[in-house]
Design a protein around this ligand. Structure first.
Ligand SMILES: CC(C)(COP(=O)(O)OP(=O)(O)OC[C@H]1O[C@@H](n2cnc3c(N)ncnc32)[C@H](O)[C@@H]1OP(=O)(O)O)[C@@H](O)C(=O)NCCC(=O)NCCS
Length: 258
């Protein structure tokens, strides 16, 4: 099996995002208590109420972190303070920036344990998904339950030892597309197929009922950390991907977005 690695960079200041770029940030969510208290200060009342519903403190704290980092990032691009970023949910639960921000900035995020990915674009729909690779899942009937018939056949033809990684590659690519479309699971999981497996670059192979839909999106595999699978789906072509480290990942001070 090949070992993939992406290069993730410290962002320059000022940082500019235009409509020909897509920025993906990776962040660690487990932070020291003083940092967490700062994070709490930028959350909305709704978010704090949601945080309080978590049963385990670790999950509560990671929720606080993931929302605070999201607010810091969006606030940076919008040039407003993180607490002044207003988020709304679409009818399918996809968070978007409130209309009053009058911006073409779009985003999506995904978390797995204490790692988070944030994808940010201008004027392009976007979905990102991240999963920690857990060996057992692909052994069960999960693929048969969730994947298209051709995807199951491809997966089961892969040597057993490589099936967990292939399973999660397929999973995150499907999920990133679902998240980019923003329709939740009302988009049938077997109505589209993705490529996966070592020889295959990430691609949306087939969409139904509209076969043209597949050509409207670009899919990219991401490798943010060992034993993780991740994928990004963005509307349109001809854009450049930039991968940034959220500063606390390296222990450095906050940077300024321009
Ligand atoms: C909620 C869902 C978007 C993904 O959830 P998930 O994989 O558990 O969680 P992730 O960490 O990847 O993403 C969570 C973030 O997605 C965003 N999100 C929520 N609903 C969304 C939607 N309809 N579209 C896009 N993004 C959405 C939110 O920002 C959320 O973070 P928040 O809780 O801080 O608001 C949804 O697709 C789902 O429930 N999927 C079920 C999983 C499944 O059956 N997948 C099959 C793949 S083969």
């Amino acid at each position: 099996m090949s070992v993939h690695a992406d290069h993730w960079h410290q962002p320059p200041a000022p940082l500019v995002l235009d409509d020909k770029e897509v920025h993906v940030w990776r962040a660690r969510l487990d932070v020291p208590a003083p940092r967490l208290h700062q994070y709490e200060e930028v959350l909305s009342e709704d978010e704090m109420a949601r945080a309080r519903k978590f049963r385990f403190p670790v999950h509560r704290d990671r929720f606080v972190s993931r929302r605070a980092v999201l607010r810091r990032l969006l606030g940076g691009y919008l040039q407003v303070s993180p607490a002044d970023v207003t988020l709304e949910n679409t009818e399918f639960g996809k968070p978007v920036l409130a209309r009053h921000h009058d911006t073409d900035l779009r985003f999506n995020l995904s978390v797995s344990e204490d790692l988070a990915l944030y994808a940010i674009t201008r004027g392009r729909d976007v979905g990102v998904d991240l999963e920690h690779i857990k060996p057992a899942v692909s052994d069960e009937s999960v693929p048969e339950q969730f994947f298209a018939a051709h995807e199951v056949a491809v997966l089961r033809a892969i040597p057993k030892a490589h099936q967990p990684a292939a399973f999660f590659d397929c999973w995150v690519r499907k999920e990133a597309y679902i998240k980019a479309r923003g329709m939740g699971l009302s988009l049938a999981l077997d109505s589209f197929e993705v490529s996966f497996g070592d020889a295959e670059p990430a691609r949306l192979l087939r969409t139904a009922p509209d076969p043209e839909e597949a050509g409207r999106w670009t899919m990219v595999a991401l490798y943010p950390a060992p034993s993780h699978a991740a994928a990004l789906v963005v509307a349109g072509q001809a854009w450049t991907l930039r991968r940034w480290n959220w500063s606390w990942m390296t222990g450095k001070d906050d940077h300024r977005l321009g």
